[in-house]
Design a protein around this ligand. Structure first.
Ligand code: PLP
Length: 389
């Protein structure tokens, strides 16, 4: 007799993977040799800058880098992150106590609930959202309470709409601006409100700033920690993935409140053993020089303008995003986000992500990732023209 495999309750509570059907369609299309234009995944198509790769080559020759890294990461890496952060946002952080390197920011985001949530405890999570806020909460035995991000509110949560009882019970709140998937941005005033709300209700804020450097038209995203009092109640997650085209390298960091940082470090010390040291040395070089950004942003901007103007010309209701490398487009009337995504894939070979995959309030939208060349975006416009007949 075979083993009876029983999964844990927390496992059963994980959200269903809504992209499974689309993944299946995509696989079938590829197997048939169909030419797909893939706007699906937010994974840069442009390589990591050469000098960062060179530093990895060099570092990997040193056998010292082959050994277990330390849990807190190299001091030089924490210093480089602190220096970059202060240079960019004008906020000082102590590299000894207020910064923690992560094996990608997703790693820290999904582990932090383990430090703060008891079974049944609430975490406030935006909807739609980057999935790990929800799944990390569930894996820790917590309960996500969804804060709707509605177009009418510029895709910002409205704190006064949160049930008071829930607010009192909540231990954590996740925020993310510039936002994936909605591309919305947040002002310093919004973060001030968030800090006040978190203070009044004794909630730890976890702000995900993965897209802080991907912004256009002179707009510079603010850091949540620029707000007075923010460091007393929260931390911010940063990532090298999008800024330096380093998604595969797995490197990010958290910074902010030193007690919260220390608790996250303790959780991690039971789970992982840090980032490969050669990668950390490459990360130090990355954080010390952001000269590549101007060109990177001009590439995304050209793609954004081409896609948004093309779709607008076809009657789509769509805004030019100020930040992130996504375009969040209203679906055409008569379709759900899933239906439209399936038709675009099946009939026209265009892969997009249906908004509903990021949460119920993502329904009504599809997301395009601008990780596709200008030539291919032009081709996709021709195909979407055919779709319109
Ligand atoms: C891409 C992304 C990240 C980055 O994750 P890493 O683990 O650092 O690669 C974090 N948050 C959001 C919202 C993202 O889209």
């Amino acid at each position: 007799m075979g083993l009876k495999i029983n999964t844990a309750d927390r496992f059963k509570k994980l959200p269903p993977y809504l992209f499974a059907q689309l993944d299946e369609l995509k696989k079938e299309a590829l197997a048939k040799g169909k030419d797909l234009i893939d706007f699906g995944i937010g994974d840069p198509d442009i390589p990591t800058p050469e000098h960062i790769i060179e530093r990895l080559y060099e570092a990997v020759q040193d056998p010292e880098t082959h050994r277990y890294p330390t849990n807190f990461g190299l001091m030089q890496l924490r210093q480089a992150a602190a220096k970059w952060y202060e240079g960019r946002f004008g906020v000082e952080v102590d590299p000894n106590t207020e910064i923690l390197p992560l094996i990608g920011s997703k790693e820290g985001i999904s582990h932090i609930p383990l430090a703060f949530l008891n079974p049944g405890d609430v975490a406030l999570v935006p909807d739609p959202c980057y999935p790990p806020y929800k799944s990390g909460t569930i894996l820790a035995g917590g309960v996500p309470y969804l804060m709707p991000l509605l177009e009418a509110n510029n895709f910002l949560p409205v704190f006064k709409d949160i049930d008071r009882q829930v607010a009192r019970q909540a231990k954590l709140m996740f925020l993310n601006y510039p936002n994936n998937p909605t591309t919305a941005t947040a002002s310093k005033e919004f973060f001030e409100e968030a800090v006040k709300f978190a203070r009044d209700n004794n909630i730890i804020i976890c702000h995900d700033a993965a897209y802080s450097e991907i912004a256009f038209d002179g707009y510079k995203p603010v850091s949540f920690l620029e707000v007075d009092g923010a460091k007393e109640i929260g931390i911010e997650f940063h990532s090298l993935s999008k800024t330096y085209n380093m998604t595969g390298w797995r490197m990010g960091f958290a910074l902010g409140n030193k007690k919260v940082i220390n608790c996250l470090a303790q959780v991690k010390s039971h789970i992982d053993s840090g980032i490969f040291r050669a990668v950390q040395f490459a990360g130090i070089v990355a954080l010390s020089n952001t000269d590549h950004l101007a060109e990177l942003l001009s590439i995304y901007k050209e793609r954004r303008d081409l896609l948004v103007e093309g779709l607008k010309g076809l009657g789509w209701n769509i805004n030019k995003p100020k930040a992130t490398f996504y375009v969040w487009a209203s679906v055409l009337s008569g379709y759900t986000s899933m239906e439209l995504s399936k038709i675009l894939l099946d009939k026209y070979g265009i892969v997009v992500t249906p908004g509903v995959g990021f949460g119920q309030n993502g329904e009504g939208f599809i997301r395009f990732a601008l990780t596709v060349s200008v030539g291919r975006i032009k081709e996709s416009m021709e195909r979407i023209k055919k779709f319109h007949g």
